[in-house]
Write a protein that binds this ligand. Structure first.
Ligand code: FMN
Length: 356
């Protein structure tokens, strides 16, 4: 693949991306009133569109009021005020030629109950991560095992939030199935020890994700995008592989490939990392079993790493470089020497300092 690929267009369903570079979803915890982000956080997204990112993902938007929120200050997309707040932001991103995609999530057992109005923690099984919540320093609460009513309620939360995004004009919706949050908890036997039809085999564990995808697709018009994010790591107990091995991960990718989705976004901490004891990285292992477009992220910081990452994927996303360098896309184009940012530098995302 020639290095020109990075700045060549890409067809994602009926959307033509102007290049292969996108802003990865980034939670900012800035919503103090009405579950809408601070204006400077919204402006930040528009500026990334203006500065030539082909795709801009929102922060993870919370799907229901009872148990979905995992961090303080997260945003929602279900009230008129929330939808009206996002409309001009989405229009501005589109005006600059970017595709705007809302990411939505439910935290499941990765909960901070005090930030949820109902103070409830739910998960596939009553198991906590071994690690404490790094932000509170407290152990995560033992979740209630979700019953069928909870499952239906949570799926409705995804559907209502997707409807909000459609009403706000978003080009696409991402279902967050990564990072050890609720959907990922169902997919992984590390967190899912159910004995009903949602647990046990890979197909059974996949059932919850499938129901969400199909329910969301039924309210998202055909001409808008749905992407699904996946990872083999979770924010807590990070060293644990969430899948039994390459086979099991690929089985999930095959199942996802037969769903009505438009791309799979693979999240890693370092895209070059070899996975599941093989000499392949996550994008290569994903590519082997799907024809769907693949997005990849994880320590892509300069032109060399971007070109390299694109060898096994169609689109690259960056969180930290997009967060801390407003001119990142131009710097890539110019082949400027750049350094990777460290995770603690990204903590500025959670302060009230407006970012350039
Ligand atoms: C400040 C910050 C907030 C993040 N919030 C989210 C999020 O809301 N949803 C998500 O899927 N990933 C989130 N991530 C993970 C990134 O999307 C990305 O997967 C990860 O940072 C690796 O990419 P990078 O090396 O380019 O930073 C966040 C990362 C950072 C730095």
């Amino acid at each position: 693949m020639s290095s020109d690929t990075l700045f060549s267009p890409f067809q994602l369903n009926n959307y033509t991306l102007k290049n292969r570079i996108g802003v990865a979803p980034m939670t900012r915890m800035s919503s103090v009133r009405d579950s809408v982000p601070r204006q400077d956080v919204l402006d930040f997204l528009v500026r990334r569109a203006e500065n030539n990112a082909a795709i801009v993902y929102t922060e993870a938007i919370v799907t229901d009021y009872e148990s979905a929120q995992g961090y303080p200050g997260q945003a929602r997309m279900t009230t008129q005020r929330q939808i009206e707040t996002w409309k001009p932001v989405v229009r501005a991103m589109q005006k600059h030629g970017s595709i705007a995609i809302m990411q939505m999530f439910h935290c499941g057992r990765m909960a901070w109950p005090d930030v949820n109005p109902a103070k409830r923690t739910i998960a596939p099984s009553p198991l906590t991560p071994e690690q404490k919540n790094p932000l509170t320093g407290e152990p995560y609460p033992v979740p209630d095992e979700m019953d069928l009513f909870d499952i239906e309620h949570v799926i409705n939360g995804f559907v209502e939030t997707a409807k909000g995004a459609v009403a706000a004009g978003f080009d696409g919706i991402e279902i967050h199935g990564a990072h050890g949050y609720l959907i990922n908890q169902f997919l992984s036997s590390y967190c899912n020890q159910r004995t009903d039809s949602y647990g046990g085999t890979v197909e059974n564990r996949y059932g919850f994700a499938q129901e969400i995808i199909q329910a969301v697709r039924s309210v998202v018009p055909e001409d808008r995008l749905i992407t699904f994010r996946i990872s083999n790591w979770g924010v807590a107990d990070m060293e644990v592989s969430l899948y039994g091995g390459k086979e099991e991960y690929q089985q999930i990718i095959r199942l996802l490939s037969s769903e009505p989705i438009d791309a799979i976004s693979v999240s890693t901490y370092d895209f070059t990392g070899k996975a599941f004891g093989t000499d392949q990285n996550m994008a290569q292992i994903t590519r082997e079993v799907t024809d769907l477009p693949i997005m990849i992220c994880g320590k892509i910081y300069d032109r060399g790493s971007a070109d390299k990452a694109l060898k096994d994927a169609d689109i690259i996303l960056s969180a930290k470089s997009m967060l801390l360098n407003p001119n990142w896309v131009k710097d890539l184009q110019d082949g400027k020497p750049l350094e990777a940012f460290a995770s603690d530098e990204a903590n500025i995302a959670y302060t009230d300092t407006p970012l350039p």
